[in-house]
Design a protein around this ligand. Sequence first.
Ligand SMILES: [Mn+2]
Length: 369
Amino acid sequence: MRFLQASDFHLRPDAPHRLDALREVVRRANAEGAGVLLIPGDLFDSPEAAEALRVEVRDILETFDGKTIVIPGNHDLTAFAPEADYGRSTIVLAGSPYSEQIIRDATGDEVRVFGVPYQDGATLGQALAGVQIDDPLGAVLLAHGTFEGGRTFSLAELEGEEEAYFPIRENDLKGRFAYGALGHLHARTTFDRWSADAAWGYAGSPVAVTRGELGLRHAILVDLEPGVGVRDLRPVRLNTDYWESLDVQAAPWETADAVLARLHLELAAASSEADPRRGLRLKVEGWTDDNEADFRSRVEAELDRVREAHREVDLDVTVRTIALVLSERPELEDLLARVKRLGEERQADEETLRTAVGLLVEAAGGGGS
Ligand SMILES: [Mn+2]
């Protein structure tokens, strides 16, 4: 049985490109011959958005040749009332703490699908307490929460989330499911096997919802043979809007000319192939021997040269003029001279220099306190 997994669309009426992303996912699911589309949560940004978009979403899902299985996430927890109709081939698994359904595809393959909606203050382990699954290699889980891997890493920390929402632990999945289709984390497509026949994955958001979600967007394709387990899983690139970022640090020992020359090369590399789907976020921070406004207009001129290669560009310039900072904060002169010397003589490694420059920028920014 072939699955395509995508979640966290965060659909809302004022974001039509997110509906385009759903159309793109359904198009890809059909093109890849997937029998089942898995949507593990946050299809909608809010229950109100679900109400407003239900008919449109139903029309899109009805263009899928297979079956769609959806569970509620933390954003659309109450969007799936029993009477809400998402079309004849869409199955909503909204029962709490979990619900299950046997799914058959066109080839006659049969899997048991468990849906565990987001549950505030609980864990997946609690939601599935006591659940025995006779044939784990024919069982698939949809859950919406934060995976905390068996090797003491937390994806939530990588994503800057303070606490885990509805924690999902490897031991909750191991020996119970051949595949865990997870939703909630947006930043990137992440998947792994925990044994030769079983795996879990986050597809990530199919279109960037925030600017922290960088890079091309993907869905996950899973081939599962009941009784054998996961044969293959791979990301499928989606033709949706995405963001890339370019960060340029201007060191205190560099002239504005040198920084601009470096920026010119890096922008050219980031723009060598035009892509109408790509947004570019350019951040320039540090020091300049130029005047701040002039430096900024030079950066803008460089960005203008490559603007056409992108869907849109976004610029954030935070530079301080060295002479100006020293006139306000003469006590920084000694420190600045030492960092400059280290940089010019290449006596410190990159990391140490970056840290020193960061501390200097912070100290200069705190002027007047
Ligand atoms: Mn979520």
